[in-house]
Design a protein around this ligand. Structure first.
Ligand code: MRU
Length: 357
């Protein structure tokens, strides 16, 4: 079964394709200059694809991990339920350990584990079939959810709007359509006049390599800027709203997202510009009271010292490379989800959205 073409009206690329037992991922490290698709059937290799950023973005790594869990299950030779679930838990642990900040990864794996836990009476062969369908369902649900949250977010925007976005929260970061870019796509589909200002997003350059690439493919007007230019544009009145995605949202509405998001939120506050976060319910972590508890991934310092093979810094310089930061809820104007838009009292509203499932 193919997941391509299931949503003909959903703009943008599908970065994750599954067909006939083979997972295909567009190698996001090679965009925008090369479109290379890599094939996977082994869960350890899927784990490595997530770790090394072949695929990235919170919902996309959740979807990919679900397929990885299925491949891991398929390779388990155990015949009893007890032996199978023990080995399956180990597979999920490996996948869960690939990237620590995005909660969607654990959310998707929990959904896969729940299916096994709910079917203690089934033979192992049936569990494997069920897991394949569950991974495909997680993938398709994600696209549907993004389209819904996109429409919810578009309703917040005026008819003419210049939107700053940071990192890539687009089709490439999800099963398809995107979260922050899903709101932008939905606004364009609703006939609004949208111009996007894309932060390049040092050090991994998700903005210039990925956001600019996918918006250009969809003919959405886009201007690329370096991260340190956002304040200047805001001071000139050139930005009407900020929309970003999220990797994890704490119970009180604090938001972990790509490093630099906090800086943009502070700038938006200073200039009275609304700062919106667009994310599915699967990004909300009610187990975490506030952002101080969110684990922040630190990545290889080479991302800072080099671009490709080009060295940008002296040998042996000390480098710090946190991949995410936390924006306190007080700087967030609204959190846009598929169940609605939370605009204040995040603790109550987010909990109510999560209860809706
Ligand atoms: O390190 P990345 O590229 O995985 O970080 C991605 C982001 O920070 C995105 O903004 C976030 O995952 C939301 S994607 C819909």
């Amino acid at each position: 079964m193919s997941n391509c073409g299931a949503f003909p009206d959903a703009g943008g690329i599908r970065p994750i394709k599954y067909d006939n037992g083979v997972l295909r991922l567009i190698d996001q490290r090679r965009l925008p200059t090369e479109e290379v698709w890599l094939e996977y059937t082994d869960y350890q290799e899927v784990a490595e694809a997530i770790r090394s950023m072949v695929v990235r973005g919170a919902p996309a790594i959740g979807v990919t991990a679900a397929y990885g869990a299925y491949f891991g299950a398929l390779a388990i030779e155990a015949e009893t339920y007890a032996d199978f679930i023990r080995e399956f838990d180990q597979v999920c642990e490996v996948l869960a350990g690939t990237r620590p900040t995005a909660i969607n990864l654990c959310w998707a794996l929990d959904r896969m584990k729940s299916l096994v836990q709910a079917n203690t009476d089934q033979p192992v062969s049936n569990l494997k079939i069920g897991l394949e369908y569950e991974a495909m369902a997680i993938n398709e649900d994600d696209i549907r959810i993004n389209m819904k949250l996109g429409r919810n977010g578009a309703a917040l925007l005026p008819d003419q709007v210049r939107i700053l976005t940071h990192c890539n929260a687009g089709a490439l970061a999800t099963g398809g359509y995107g979260t922050a870019l899903g709101v932008i796509r939905a606004a364009v589909a609703a006939g609004k006049e949208v111009a996007v200002i894309a932060d390049e997003t040092r050090p991994f350059l998700q903005g210039s390599r990925l956001t600019a690439w996918e918006l250009q493919r969809d003919n959405i007007q886009t201007v690329l800027i370096c991260d340190n230019m956002a304040g200047y544009l805001m001071s000139k009145g050139a930005i009407d709203a900020v929309i970003v995605g999220a990797d994890r949202i704490a119970a009180n509405g604090d938001v972990a997202n790509k490093i630099g998001t906090y800086t943009v939120a502070v700038l938006a506050k200073e200039h009275n510009i609304p700062f919106y976060v667009a994310a599915p319910i699967s990004t909300i972590d009610l187990q975490i009271a506030d952002g101080s508890e969110i684990p922040i991934e630190e990545r290889d310092i080479r991302e800072v010292t080099h671009i490709g093979e080009q060295q940008l810094a002296p040998e042996n310089i000390a480098v710090f490379n946190p991949a995410f930061d936390v924006t306190p809820a007080r700087l967030v104007s609204a959190i846009i989800t598929e169940h609605g838009v939370a605009q204040d009292n995040y603790t109550e509203q987010l909990a109510a959205f999560v209860r809706q499932g």
